[in-house]
Design a protein around this ligand. Structure first.
Ligand code: XMP
Length: 518
């Protein structure tokens, strides 16, 4: 396994995902993580991430001595390289201008890391991607320069005996064409890691761990229909069979026929024990007259916890053996990032999933996805036999249609919206556009707009369509869906849903607009 020390770069998770994709397990720890634990972790190689600080300023973050004492290969990326230089007796220089984007690195001399990797036929050169201010101006003793660009003299440096490497560019981003090959070379050849981190192995490993953890006890899980809780259900079912009970709350604010689909997939197809609670009436009643988005979110979340508690209490009272609560916590929820020291705690997922159980239940947490990235969760989901369509579904907010019906939520609005949304999604799939968009959905606007029905004028509702492309959901572009496609969706919605007279398409980016409308 590989240890990644995080100096606060936005790309640190990307490094970890690349390493995992290569089939090697890794963890991300903050640079100031307990050094004794770093020594005890037993990594076969250590990667130092980039970061926003400058080694030229006092108090700059440093790699702990244990990193150098471990006797394993080190790869410093960007800031990670600069701190290697600064800590080992070299020097760095602050620049007045940042270098951002494409660069060409000339590889000189022999380097095990770069042997045979090139993007040019005439010379040993790599096309790479840079994002830095400072750069290394003098290598530490025992280091040689093996790469430079026309802007920086030291783009790659290495101590070949100790197998310590520093690269100023970012091998983890796809713009660095040989980045994947370089990381692979470092991890498999130089560090000697075996590539055992595959979906099948992850599943076997987790099943063994869950069995050991829960013994003969029973486990409770709140199933939401989303990817994470579905994968937890499939995994636990495989590990402990009928000792897993899932509670699925149908809020009436789910996607079209989602409640039936969850039951068909999880209960009928996979054989998981699922208790479905049809709670739509309770939700619509609780939401009557409430227009404020945050108030709606609170009511929806609160009611979920209430219903889940009622159901679990029934089960616990009846069976007496439920000792564990399973959660779909995933690795990005727990990463102890350099920016925050809070990540280490057991995170209770704030949205939709279980918000907290009464203290007297005293359930212990089992979180089999705690070490996995979303793409890994999806891959093991497929391996466990969940339908690809479910595993690769667009994200859906915890409050569901509750925040896609602007203002007051009513049953008739929810039914209309679910149908409009289903038409949009159906057409996206038919046109092969679904996987090209990151998230797409319909929004119900509670305004009446004029339309002509026969010879008469009718005032009916408006549906907005939203489709975005994004990597991290923090920023997003609106999807440039073809006009003909949008026309077809609009026609279908207006023809099939009598209460809708107008369909509009949202062309706002995030920021400033958010992805959801509330
Ligand atoms: P925004 O609208 O903030 O959305 O640009 C970013 C991502 O978060 C989802 N989202 C939510 N998810 N509970 C959730 O579980 C919420 O209250 C919520 N609000 C937004 C949204 O669907 C998008 O994927």
């Amino acid at each position: 396994k590989i240890l990644i020390l995080d100096f606060g770069a936005q790309y640190t998770q990307l490094i970890a995902r690349r390493v995992r994709e290569l089939g090697v397990y890794c963890e991300i720890w903050a640079w100031d993580h307990d050094p004794a634990e770093i020594a005890a972790f037993g990594a076969k190689g250590i990667i130092l991430s980039g970061g926003p600080e400058s080694t030229t300023l006092p108090g700059a973050p440093k790699a702990p001595q244990q990193v150098f004492d471990a006797g394993v290969p080190i790869l410093g990326i960007c800031y990670g390289m600069q701190t290697l230089a600064a800590q080992l007796g070299g020097a760095t220089e602050a620049a007045d201008q940042r270098e951002f984007g494409h660069a060409t690195v000339d590889i000189a001399g022999s380097s095990r890391l770069f042997a045979g990797l090139t993007d040019h036929t005439d010379a040993h050169r790599l096309d790479v991607w840079m994002s830095h201010g400072d750069h290394v101006s003098r290598t530490p003793p025992d280091f040689v320069v093996t790469g430079s660009t026309d802007r920086i003299p030291v783009a790659v440096m290495e101590n070949q005996t100790r197998r310590w490497y520093g690269v100023q560019f970012h091998p983890e981003v796809t713009h660095t064409k040989q980045g994947g090959a370089l990381l692979k070379r470092f991890i498999t050849e130089i560090c000697g890691c075996a590539t055992l981190w595959t979906p099948a192995n992850i599943i076997d490993d987790q099943i063994a761990r869950v069995r050991e953890q829960v013994g003969d006890d029973h486990v409770l899980l709140g199933l939401s229909g989303g990817v994470d809780s579905s994968v937890v259900a499939a995994l636990l079912h495989k590990a402990i069979g009928d000792r897993l009970t899932c509670v699925f709350v149908d809020t009436g604010l789910l996607r079209w026929q989602e409640g039936d689909q969850v039951m068909a997939t999880m209960a009928e197809h996979m054989g998981v024990k699922v208790i479905r609670v049809n709670a739509a009436d309770r939700y619509f009643k609780a939401l009557a007259g409430v227009a404020d988005p945050e108030a709606k979110r609170k009511i929806i979340g609160g009611l979920f916890v209430e219903i889940f508690d009622e159901e679990s209490e029934k089960l616990i009272v009846a069976g007496g053996k439920v000792k564990w609560l399973a959660q779909g916590t995933i690795y990005p929820d727990v990463i102890e990032s350099a920016g925050s020291k809070t990540g280490k705690a057991h995170v209770i997922k704030s949205h939709h999933n279980v918000g907290g159980l009464p203290a007297h239940m005293k359930l212990k947490l089992v979180e089999p996805l705690r070490e996995l990235f979303k793409d890994e969760v999806r891959r093991i989901g497929v391996e466990l036999g969940l339908p690809r369509e479910m595993v690769y579904r667009h994200p859906f907010p915890g409050p569901g249609l509750g925040v896609r019906i602007l203002g007051e939520v009513k049953r008739e609005y929810a039914e209309l919206l679910a149908q409009a949304d289903a038409i949009f999604i159906d057409e996206l799939r038919k046109a092969d556009l679904y996987d090209q968009t990151s998230q797409a959905f319909a929004v119900f606007l509670p305004v009446k707009s004029v339309g002509v029905v026969g010879d008469a004028r009718a005032y009916e509702w408006v549906i907005a369509l939203r489709a975005v492309e994004t990597i991290d959901f923090m920023t997003a572009h609106w999807a440039h869906l073809p006009y003909e496609f949008l026309g077809k969706v609009s026609n279908r919605i207006i023809n099939e849903l009598r209460c809708v007279s107008r369909v509009v398409y949202d062309i706002s980016g995030k920021p400033p607009a958010t992805i959801e409308w509330e």
